[in-house]
Ligand binder design. Structure first.
Ligand SMILES: C[S@@+](CC[C@H](N)C(=O)[O-])C[C@H]1O[C@@H](n2cnc3c(N)ncnc32)[C@H](O)[C@@H]1O
Length: 245
């Protein structure tokens, strides 16, 4: 009798174990499918934004002098701007700064694909608020869609000025806060906490234009404001331009 009960118990245990394994497999497979669908959908939605932003990037990178031999890009991410550097000067030394160490692999791949010599791309893990480079050590600093994510814009701009040589240029492209009092600004403020959670600390309602104008770039600032009409709509107001040290 006891033996019979033991056999039934064992069969139960084994069956239960298989059910659990099967369950976990289904859940893992389900999560994988959801992630695939999500990234496909997100890329599809974002494609027109990337196309629109490309036109502005062409305009600002056009101003990057061929003589710029040492360039720092803060918040380099996966390296979507690599081709602009390689096209202007194949001997440029590019420092790519990002707090996320996982970006190194992707940025390096983009650099190689764009034709930058491997020895000329140096990834530096760090933040814009404390740039790990010496004073007056670079000819240009680039930041595209980064000042929305740093924790301290004023300190980052101070650091950018510190590492830029005299006469050097800061090239930027950012999404910014809508006009004060507008419906859009209210919407941005409402969605800001959610955006910060979902988009790795990205702020929707920053007055980045004013911060750059007040940062004390002694060579002057050229800044253009424009609207993006593609998704994501709440990041509609953008600025791009140059600030000279
Ligand atoms: C929206 S992505 C932009 C990436 C790329 N620059 C582009 O144009 O697509 C923001 C990047 O800024 C980086 N980042 C976040 N906080 C930062 C900080 N305090 N200093 C420098 N980079 C930062 C993130 O890791 C991320 O790679």
């Amino acid at each position: 009798m006891i033996q019979k009960k033991l056999i039934v118990f064992r069969v139960w245990c084994v069956t239960f174990m298989y059910i659990r394994i099967f369950q976990e497999h289904i859940i893992r497979r389900g999560r994988w499918c959801i992630r695939r669908v999500y990234s496909w959908f997100f890329n599809l939605l974002m494609q027109s934004y990337w196309n629109e932003i490309e036109d502005c990037k062409v305009k600002i990178f056009d101003k990057l002098s061929e003589k710029a031999e040492k360039v720092l890009e803060i918040g380099i991410g996966t390296g979507p701007n690599m081709r602009y550097y390689a096209a202007r000067n194949s001997n440029v030394t590019l420092y790519g700064l990002d707090p996320n160490p996982k970006m190194k692999k992707y940025a390096r791949k983009s650099a190689t694909k764009a034709g930058l010599k491997p020895k000329n791309f140096r990834f530096k893990q760090g933040v814009g608020e404390a740039i790990p480079l010496k004073d007056n050590s670079v000819d240009a600093v680039v930041a595209t869609l980064v000042l929305c994510s740093v924790s301290d814009v004023t300190q980052t701009l101070k650091e950018i000025k510190r590492v830029l040589r005299q006469g050097g240029v800061f090239i930027f492209l950012e999404h910014v806060a809508a006009k004060d009092g507008s419906f859009f600004k209210r919407l941005q403020k409402l969605l800001d906490p959610l955006q910060q959670r979902l988009a790795d600390g990205c702020h929707l309602a920053r007055n980045t234009r004013e911060c750059i104008l007040e940062a004390g770039f002694s060579g002057g600032v050229e800044v253009q404001t424009f609207s993006m009409y593609s998704f994501p709509w709440m990041t509609r107001p953008h600025i791009y331009g140059l600030a000279y040290n």
